[in-house]
Structure formats: C-alpha cells, structure tokens
Design a protein around this ligand. Structure first.
Ligand code: NAD
Ligand code: MLT
Length: 529
C-alpha cells in the first residue's frame, strides 16, 4: 500500500485515479505550514503539490519513505530537486496539461493590456462614462518577440500569427528550422529588443534566464513596447520593469508571476502605471486543472507499479513501449554491478560500461545507472536507485565511461563492465538469453555461463583434477546444496574460475575449509537478490 499526501488543491477527477486503485491510499491536507508538513511527511510514499507547497530539503529529509514527488503543473521551482535526487526520490511534473491554458492567459494579457481593459472596466464601475482615456492599440500588423519557443511559446506564436502579427522569436535550444515550421522567424535577443512591439517570455527560470530582461535590455526597446511575463517571476527584473513603466520608457506590461508569491504589497509592479497584474492564473482553467491532476496521478500509479516513469525531472526517460524490452537488461546491469562490487570490495574509482548489439540501441543511460545502483548498494546505508546513483557517483568522484561497440564477442548482445576500485579491477560480460535469462558469460576474461541470482560462491583455482569434488564434499558436510555450477579456464592446467549457485548462505567455517584446498587460490561468497 502506498500512502499519498495531497498538499495542494487538486481536481477530484485526478485523485479518483488513486482512490480507485487498491494499492493507493490518499490523504488531502491543504494549507499545511512548513513545520506541519515536515511533521507529517514521514508517513507518506508520495507527495503531490501544485505551486503553493514547498518541497524543501527539510521536507525531503523528513520524508524517509518518500518515493515520488508529483507536481501537478510545469514549474519545479517549489521542489528542491537536488535534495530529492540525492535521496533517490523521483520528481515528476505534467508538462503538457496546462499549455493551452497558459497560452490563452498570455493572449488574454496581451489583449487586455492593448485595450486598457482593466482600467476601463474599473472606471465604468466607478460610474464614469469615459470613452476618450482608453484608446488601445491593435495587434494586427505589429511584431511580437517570443523568448522561449517550447510548448507555451509555440502555442502563443500560433495565436499571434492568427491575429496578423509578425512573429519573431529566440530559443537557442531549438532548431531554427523548427522555429520556422511553427511560423516564427528566428531573431537575436538584441533584434527582438530593438524591433518588437510586444515581447513575451516563455522560458523556464534558470540561472541563465533570471533577470534576462533588466535595465540595459529595457533601454534598448521601443517606447511603445509592451512586455508580458506569464512564465516565472524574475525573468523580467521586477524593479527595472517598474522603473521603466514609471519613467514611460515602455508603454505597458502584463505580469502573471512574481519573484515571491504571493508578492509583497510593496512589490513595485503592483502599483506601476499601465501594468496589468494577475495572481498567477496561467493554469487556472477547469480543463487545465483536470488535465494536470489526472496526468500526475496516472504517472504516480505507473511509476510505483512498475509501468514506467514519465516526465521525471531527475531520471532518464524510458519509453513505456521500450520498458518491457529494457527490464531484463536493467536487472542484468544491476546484478553485474552488484557482483563486481563484491568481487572487488575497494572504493569504486572508475566504471566503464560498454554496450554492443541490440542492447546498445536501448536507453543505455538507464542501464549505466542500473550498473551504478548495483555497485554502490553494498557501500551505502541509505537506499540507492537509478535517481540518485549518478549523483552519488559524481559526489564520490567516480569516473563513468559509457560506450557502444559493435563487437558482441559471438553473443547476440553484450553488456561489458569494468570496475576499477582501490582494491584492483574486475571485468564482467553479461547477456540475456531468450529475452529474460540473464547470464554472466565472462569474469576477468574467463568464459563462464553463470546465473546471477541468490547465494553464490566464486573460486579462483588451479585447473587440476579433484577441486570440484573437494568443494562439493565440504559444502555437503555443511548441508549446502549446489544448484548450478560453471567453470572457465584459459589454458589447461592453468588458472580457472568456478562459480557455484548454492541454496543457503555458506558458513564462514566452510569457506575457510574450501580456502584450505591446495588448488583453491581464493574463495568468495557473493550475494545477489
Ligand atoms: P518548455 O520547456 O516547453 O519551453 C521552454 C523553452 O524555453 C524551451 O524550448 C527552452 O529551449 C527555452 N529556453 C530555455 N532557456 C532559454 C533561454 N535562455 N533563452 C531562450 N529560450 C530558452 O516549457 P513550457 O511548458 O512552455 O513553460 C514555459 C514557462 O511557463 C515555464 O517557466 C513554466 O514554469 C511557465 N508556466 C507558467 C504557468 C502560469 O501559470 N503562468 C503555467 C505553466 C507554465
Ligand atoms: C505551472 O508551472 O504549471 C504553473 O505555474 C501553474 C501552477 O502553478 O500550477
């Protein structure tokens, strides 16, 4: 049973997805103070939020059972992503569900601003009939500069084009051809600042976009320009924008989002002339709220019932259609990591993962993460998964090399792992037979055919007669049954590797006795799940 805490108001249609599922139990607790949230989060596996609740490092630290933080919406600036990632918590959002609502809100703001809608309505409500003070401007024939041509920027571009506007835009991370396909003429930021009549920002808030438009940029703009921020507070610097409005250096602005929400009453934009301020209503439509609530709840169910993780901000995306094919390889990769780190128990220093054959066409980043999970598991007290494994590797200075090769060494496909540790190196080759049968096919170059499961014993021995008999006798004396065995040598009479699967944990005493057999060079007990 997974316990879900819904901390912000969410559409019932979405919560029903969880309530109807036998494995989920839902508690709705709205408007918790940060202290109250920290105090109760330990009971929950899932935290669902919109933008009001802050999933801070303290909340994440207290959420010992947390597995998923789901954001019904796009922006993740209320979730401490680094803290969640370090703890192995999946953070997911619902990127598409409120795109149309926010694009329409942007158009509402552009039109409302252009036609002085709010002051005109207020004036009428005050009993005036003033038809001369609220002369607007048309969108037709004007130029709009769109900064950020992702989901919302694209929808805004389409709508502006239908108003007969010239649409120019800037997004260094999308292909110029794509910009052209959506009807946007690519332009530099400088060109947008100098020529646009409207400028609207639709980027995420990042180190690069914070204060993207400040005093210097505002000074480059036409006096008639109108600016819109329906993305995140601070992308257009609030003080600089308020000052430019006060000084008549820009004609107007419309703002849906603020650096601090709710904004302090002293926020200069709230009283600035020709500034239309909305209380973060971009996604506030019935349709969008139903969309994001259903999406986030379905994603949570899928993630926790093994049907795949979608829209996670801290885990590589695996196409759900690919997941079925990937699963045996993910298991093999984790087991290879676990085996390698038990064969060489020193501190991991370098991990090289090579993928050949059809497995190389899968999502290899996830497979490398699964290898890391296996490698770090025996070293750490806290839980490790594919979310935090790459972070832990980075924090510990472990060098990761991921490569693809065409050399499958006679297997249909192959995962090769070399682990370098402070205690020496080990290399393993693994493959999957018949879609689901994971095998280790080489250990340090010795050809074997080992099934990586349960309790195992690894021997380095001289290739001489009688070794296996002696080992079997010792295990028999301790009532340990051998369920599988494989051995590999390179030269007759030289060194060999023997791998046994056994039904029980082998007692220390038995391992010592095996170690005393003259032709046994080394014996190790290995445990796989
Ligand atoms: P998206 O990820 O689809 O698009 C963002 C685009 O910005 C991407 O194409 C990216 O390449 C581009 N970008 C990133 N850095 C850039 C830079 N320095 N210069 C130019 N372009 C840059 O996101 P989206 O769903 O379109 O959301 C856009 C913004 O709207 C986000 O900030 C999101 O949080 C916000 N949002 C606000 C509301 C609201 O209620 N007001 C609702 C939903 C989303
Ligand atoms: C978002 O990021 O999705 C929007 O800002 C809307 C919201 O806060 O829910």
């Amino acid at each position: 049973m997974f316990k879900v805490l819904v901390a912000d108001k969410m559409a019932e249609e979405g919560l029903k997805v969880l309530r109807d599922h036998a494995l989920f139990e839902v508690d709705v607790k709205l408007k918790l103070s940060p202290e109250e949230l920290v105090a109760c989060i330990a009971d929950y596996d899932v935290l669902l939020v919109r933008s009001d609740t802050k999933a801070t490092a303290a909340v994440i630290e207290a959420g010992k059972k947390l597995k998923v933080i789901g954001r019904a919406g796009v922006g993740l600036d209320n979730v401490d992503l680094d803290a969640a990632t370090r703890r192995g918590i999946i953070v997911m959002n619902t990127p598409g569900g409120n795109t149309i609502a926010t694009a329409e809100q942007t158009m509402t703001l552009i039109l409302g601003l252009s036609r002085c809608l709010v002051p005109a309505a207020s004036s009428l409500a005050e009993g005036k009939w003033d038809r001369s003070s609220f002369k607007g401007t048309e969108l037709y024939g004007k130029t709009i500069g769109i900064i950020g041509l992702g989901r919302i920027g694209t929808e805004v571009a389409k709508r502006c084009a239908s108003f007969g506007m010239t649409v120019i835009g800037n997004d260094p991370y999308i292909d110029e051809e794509r910009a052209k396909r959506i009807g946007v003429t690519p332009a530099t930021l400088e060109a947008i600042y100098q020529t646009a009549d409207y400028i609207t920002v639709h980027t995420p808030k990042t180190a690069e976009t914070l204060n993207l438009i400040g005093e210097k940029e505002l000074a480059m703009m036409k006096k008639s320009v109108r600016l819109i921020n329906c993305a995140r507070g601070g992308i257009i610097n609030e003080e600089a924008l308020a000052k430019a409005l006060q000084e008549g250096k820009v004609a107007g602005a419309a703002v849906d989002v603020y650096t601090k929400e709710p904004p302090e009453p002293t926020n200069p934009l709230l009283k600035a002339p020709n500034c239309l301020c909305a209380p973060h209503l971009g996604a506030s439509t019935t349709e969008a709220q139903v969309n994001v609530a259903i999406e986030v709840c379905e994603q949570v169910v899928d993630a926790l019932t093994g049907k795949g993780v979608r829209n996670a901000a801290n885990i590589p995306y695996v196409d759900p259609d690919l997941l079925e094919t990937m699963t045996p390889y993910l298991r093999l990769a984790e087991k290879m990591g676990l085996l390698a780190s038990q064969i060489k128990r020193g501190a991991p220093q370098k991990i090289t993962a090579t993928f050949s054959g059809p497995v190389a066409d899968l999502e290899v980043k996830s497979l490398t993460s699964a290898i890391m999970v296996g490698i770090f598991q025996p070293h750490l007290e806290y839980s490790i998964n594919m979310v935090n494994a790459p972070v832990i590797a980075k924090e510990r200075g472990v060098q990761i090399t991921e490569q693809k090769s065409t050399d499958t060494r006679d297997y249909a496909d192959l995962i090769q792992l070399t682990l370098c540790t402070s205690d020496g190196d080990v290399s393993l080759d693994g493959t999957v037979f018949a879609k689901n049968d994971a095998r280790i096919v080489r250990i340090d170059g010795y050809h074997v055919d080992a099934r990586p499961y349960g309790q195992m014993v690894l021997l380095r021995n001289k290739d001489l007669p009688g070794v296996i008999g002696s080992v079997g006798a010792i295990l028999g004396k301790h009532n340990i049954n051998i369920s599988d065995m494989t051995l590999g040598r390179i030269d007759r009479g030289g060194e060999a590797v023997t791998v046994l699967n056994v039904d029980e944990v082998v007692p220390e005493e038995a391992l010592k006795d095996i170690g005393k057999i003259p032709s046994v060079l080394k014996v190790q007990q290995l445990r796989l799940s």
